[in-house]
Design a protein. Structure first.
Length: 153
C-alpha cells in the first residue's frame, strides 16, 4: 500500500511536540483531556535519554506527524517477552486512508524482529471503530480482567 508522501519511521526528539499534540487529541477523543499530565520535557527525558522507557514510530506527511504508535516491552511470566502498545493514534482528518494499518503492521514487524510472543494493548469498550480495526488482524479481547492502578503524586 502506497500513500503519497507518507513515511513511517522511528521518532526523534524533535517530533515530541507534535506527538504531544496528538496525545492531547487522543485524550480529547477519549473524553479525558484533563488526564494528560505528561510534558514534552518528560517525554524527551524518558524516551530519548540514556535508558529509554519507551519507543515510538510516527506516520509523517510533508513534515507533519499525522499518527503515532508508542510502545515498550513487558515481560509475561506466562508467555515471555511482549510488546505493549501504549498509545496508537491517527489524526481524525487522516483516518480511513490506510495509515493506521501501516502503523499497526510496522508494530507487528517490530514485535517479530524483537522476538516478542505477543502484542498487548487496551481499547475502550465504546470505541467500536477501533475494535473493528483490531479485529481485522484477528485480535483477541479479554473482558475478564480489570485494569488496576495507583496514582502516585
Amino acid at each position: 500500500m502506497h500513500i503519497h508522501n507518507l513515511s513511517i519511521r522511528k521518532s526523534i526528539v524533535s517530533d515530541v511536540s507534535q506527538i504531544m499534540g496528538l496525545i492531547h487529541e487522543l485524550a480529547l477523543f477519549e473524553k479525558s483531556p484533563e488526564e494528560v499530565t505528561n510534558t514534552a520535557d518528560r517525554m524527551i527525558k524518558d524516551g530519548f535519554g540514556s535508558n529509554p522507557l519507551f519507543k515510538c514510530i510516527v506516520a509523517e506527511r510533508d513534515t507533519e506527524i499525522i499518527g503515532f504508535a508508542l510502545y515498550y516491552y513487558r515481560y509475561s511470566t506466562w508467555k515471555g517477552k511482549c510488546l505493549y502498545l501504549e498509545d496508537f493514534y491517527v489524526k481524525q482528518t487522516h483516518r480511513n486512508n490506510g495509515i493506521g494499518k501501516l502503523l499497526f503492521e510496522e508494530i507487528i514487524q517490530i514485535s517479530k524482529a524483537e522476538s516478542c510472543v505477543r502484542i498487548n494493548w487496551q481499547v475502550l469498550d465504546w470505541n467500536q471503530e477501533a475494535v473493528k480495526f483490531y479485529s481485522k488482524f484477528a485480535a483477541g479481547f479479554d473482558k475478564t480482567w480489570w485494569n488496576g492502578f495507583i496514582d502516585l503524586k
